[in-house]
Design a binder for this molecule. Structure first.
Ligand SMILES: Cc1cc2nc3c(=O)[nH]c(=O)nc-3n(C[C@H](O)[C@H](O)[C@H](O)COP(=O)(O)O)c2cc1C
Length: 255
């Protein structure tokens, strides 16, 4: 749901880019986006699976959230959803996203692209195993930044069970609540290959544009390096499971 097009983002930088998609009721629209991402040099498709419907975002409802102009869909369909119930974003998601999304759709996606497909929104080891069986190239553990369902577990709390289930067959990434280098360190120690960052990037952007985003990533990098130095880890490879204690271990030690 970007306000810039696939092509605009591609021409703005030569960084490695992954393209995140939702599956639309109209599959031709999803297919077109995937093809545009391929043509624009994106390296992977990230299929978000935790939004069959938009969660109940009460602030959006109260504030009568207006869906932003989603430029990728210009000429394809109108994204100007209106709602008398409150959130226009919710009305937009209801009318366009396919709530019947299921495991077979990964097969469909694989049939229309040669790019590796990552699945974003996994929170259990059972789903992680199914995702690997369905042929994904990577897993992003995520609860959508806590924006979809109250009481969904924190992504970091399920990281280890997913890593164990996946057994190194595909890389495991995690997002949600990464605010400090220590958070990155913890995720790496619990077996994540990398972390993804949402709101800190947006906060940096809001405060100081591109320089603000740069500063956010520098801060995280500096903090990670300091944490590594103070934990006796000269390289990322030196960060091990033994460097962190989880709640489960605390509980065991008090039994
Ligand atoms: C304003 C906003 C918009 C988002 N839009 C999307 C989206 O379109 N697709 C998606 O997969 N995740 C979306 N997310 C979720 C993020 O990708 C990510 O999972 C989450 O923000 C990570 O948590 P963090 O913000 O604590 O780092 C959005 C998050 C925010 C805050």
């Amino acid at each position: 749901m970007s306000m810039c097009t696939v092509e605009e983002v591609a021409s703005s930088c030569d960084a490695i880019r992954f393209f995140q998609i939702y599956v639309h009721k109209r599959r031709d629209i999803t297919a077109q986006l995937v093809q545009r991402a391929e043509r624009s040099g994106y390296k992977a498709i990230v299929l978000t699976v935790d939004v069959p419907k938009l969660g109940r975002r009460e602030a959006d409802i109260k504030n009568k959230m207006v869906a932003p102009q989603l430029k990728n869909f210009e000429g394809l369909f109108s994204t100007q959803a209106v709602s008398d119930k409150g959130s226009c974003l919710e009305a937009y998601a209801d009318s366009t996203l396919d709530a019947s999304l299921n495991w077979k759709d990964i097969g469909w996606l694989r049939s229309i692209t040669k790019l590796p497909i990552l699945i974003k929104g996994v929170l259990t080891h059972e789903d992680a195993i199914k995702a690997v069986e369905a042929g994904v190239a990577g897993i992003v553990i995520s609860n959508h930044g806590g924006r979809q369902l109250d009481y969904a577990p924190a992504a970091i709390s399920v990281l280890e069970e997913v890593v164990h289930a996946v057994k190194g067959k595909v890389p495991v990434f995690v997002d949600g609540g990464v605010r400090r280098g220590t958070d990155v360190f913890k995720a790496l120690a619990l077996g994540a290959q990398a972390v993804l960052i949402g709101r800190p990037v947006l906060y940096g952007l809001a405060v100081k544009g591109e320089a603000g985003v740069r500063r956010v990533t520098e801060m995280l990098k500096d903090e990670l390096e300091l944490t590594m130095a103070l934990s006796g880890c000269p390289t990322i490879k030196d960060i091990t499971r033994g460097h962190v204690i989880t709640d489960r271990e605390r509980l065991h030690s008090s039994l």
